[in-house]
Design a protein around this ligand. Structure first.
Ligand code: NAD
Length: 542
């Protein structure tokens, strides 16, 4: 019976639930746990170390059952991956409200959280794992592409042509790195400790070769070699070794799951499976983890001193190293403060949508509508590229970067498309990494102009606003990206089924959600946001 939960989302236009909002939530949740989408579906791990969609298989089954019976005037309340209650609300209210990994701040450290998790009281949900809107490696691709493009612009005259990039981690998010580097003209060497993850990325087309140290390095150094090479090894061994051997790289970064050092980062000398089975309380294991992490960061600092462009890629590795004696760790900049901030400051972020019918033709039709509505060359170029190169995982989905004034127009046009009968229902939403929806002082909100890095009112306000506006589901969580206690973030999704109700919800949510992003950055004094606010006549008071 539980097996049925791990076969991906239902397809087609036949409803299993009592309406498309509930059906959309059910399909997106089961899509998160599609074995083609999730990193380890049976363990309920969607991506990002131990980012889970539900607390246990039984809790998942109970959520599914609740969604199947949920009325159009009821709301399911989900507490850290477990259905808590179905309460009477009204059709314009959200169908599901989700809060994950939230603990009182003084208890929000790794060890206290682990105790609460071991006691079965909570679960780590990353961002879109517990927010039921993960779309596989593609979900981060736009972000990663934009980051490497900004790196190219800041340091290499706008292209990575002739440049070599060293990074690590070929997981759900990290898997996108090579693609983003090669699309910017460069070549990437990616260190991955788990051969099965590297092979998975090879099968999916994200890397072109998987090999051990000598063969991988030779292929990478060969100017005619493959664009993205996976080197099977531990980054804590390989990065210091490459540095010691004087192998030059132009750019060095890392996407190992350092945000969860004792639960997901693999220390030297252990396989991924051995690390997963280790006792987090074992002093030898802890010493191995923190010794590996600090050596890894020392090597990143060594590359920085050697003249490479080095940045932390949102995995909290500097925080971990600094807490274990690497005083210089924060000399390495974070990727958002160094490269992505000007995009956020305009209120622009990653919009995404999922075709609930499962029909790839719906994706094509919806992309056509978006290209028509937005009309920019850059969007057209991205969609064309994605159509050719991005493998679909689970339900057909797409991501693109949109801001205030674009998202609501796109959302309403897509609802019209569904209403016309030419496309099945769509789930429209965004990542939690958006201008207002995350506070993460070592990542999205690092080095804010006004010092508001740790102010978490914004993601809470974002969730409240989206619930008030009637998004189909709204999620809030703790610890996405950088680990528990280090970020607060929120997500939302609205199901476009062509109905009048959907139109009301879409019109409201996709205006005020990006407007809050502009207001957040205007409040922090960013000229780009102040200009955007003025352009749209926003009543920002900060
Ligand atoms: P994941 O858990 O799916 O994958 C991590 C990969 O790193 C795995 O394949 C694992 O085998 C490998 N790994 C672990 N320890 C290693 C080591 N010592 N050496 C080499 N490889 C090792 O995680 P993910 O979803 O890919 O995310 C990676 C990290 O990036 C996380 O910390 C996550 O929070 C962060 N993240 C970054 C962004 C971003 O935009 N940059 C977005 C989301 C998440």
């Amino acid at each position: 019976m539980l097996d049925a939960l791990f076969r991906g989302a239902p397809r087609g236009l036949e409803l299993r639930c009592r309406g498309w909002e509930q059906e959309g939530a059910l399909r997106c949740l089961l899509n998160n746990l599609d074995p083609d989408v999730a990193e380890d579906a049976r363990a309920l791990v969607v991506y990002g170390g131990r980012g889970r969609a539900a607390r246990s298989p039984e809790a998942l089954a109970a959520i599914v059952a609740a969604l199947e019976r949920l009325g159009p005037d009821e709301t399911l309340v989900v507490q850290s991956g477990k259905a808590a209650a179905v309460l009477p609300t009204h059709p314009d209210a959200p169908r599901v409200l989700i809060s994950t990994a939230m603990v009182v701040p003084a208890w929000s450290d790794e060890d206290s959280f682990r105790r609460l998790e071991d006691a079965g009281l909570t679960v780590y949900g990353q961002m879109t794992a517990a927010g039921w809107f993960y779309i596989g490696t593609q979900g981060i691709l736009g972000f990663t592409y934009e980051t490497f493009r900004a790196v190219a612009e800041a340091h290499f005259g706008g292209t990575l042509a002739g440049r070599r990039v060293l990074t690590a981690g070929l997981g759900g998010m990290g898997g996108a790195q090579g693609f983003a580097v090669t699309q910017n003209g460069g070549r990437a060497l990616v260190v991955e400790v788990d051969p099965s993850r590297a092979e998975r990325r090879l099968r999916e087309g994200w890397v072109a070769l998987v090999a051990g140290y000598e063969e991988a390095l030779a292929a990478h150094l060969d100017p005619g070699g493959p664009g993205t090479v996976a080197l099977v090894g531990n980054a804590a061994d390989v990065v210091p070794r490459l540095l010691a051997e004087g192998i030059h790289f132009d750019v060095v970064t890392d996407q190992t799951p350092a945000h969860d050092p004792l639960g997901a980062y693999v220390p030297r000398g252990l396989t991924a499976a051995q690390a997963a089975g280790a006792d987090a309380g074992d002093p030898d294991f802890r010493a191995a983890v923190y010794g590996s992490l600090t050596d890894h960061v020392e090597a990143l600092l060594g590359y920085r001193r050697a003249g490479a462009v080095v940045f932390e890629y949102g995995n909290g590795i500097r925080t971990q190293a600094a807490a274990h004696g690497v005083d210089a760790a924060f000399e390495i900049p974070g990727f958002v403060s160094a490269y992505v901030r000007p995009i956020f400051a305009r209120g622009v972020g990653p919009f995404r949508w999922i075709c609930l019918s499962g029909d790839p033709a719906d994706l094509r039709r919806s992309e056509d509508v978006i290209m028509e509505v937005v009309g920019t060359d850059s969007l057209r170029a991205w969609i064309e590229l994605a159509r050719q190169r991005v493998p679909l995982q689970g339900l057909p989905a797409r991501i693109c970067w949109l801001g205030l004034g674009e998202r609501d127009r796109v959302a309403l046009a897509l609802n019209e498309l569904v209403r016309s009968g030419r496309c099945g229902p769509l789930a429209l939403g965004r990542d939690h990494m958006d201008p207002a929806s995350v506070a993460s002082p070592t990542r999205e909100t690092e080095s804010m102009r006004d010092g508001s890095d740790a102010i978490a009112d914004w993601p809470v306000l974002s969730a409240l606003l989206n619930a008030a506006q009637g998004a189909s589901w709204v999620a809030i969580g703790n610890g996405g990206g950088v680990g528990v206690g280090r970020s607060i973030h929120s997500g939302m999704v609205v199901v476009a089924d062509g109905s009048e109700l959907a139109e009301r919800k879409l019109r409201r949510v996709f205006w005020t959600d990006p407007a809050l992003g502009v207001a957040r950055y205007a409040d922090a004094g960013y000229p780009e946001a102040l200009a955007e606010a003025a352009r749209h006549g926003l009543d920002t008071l900060g």
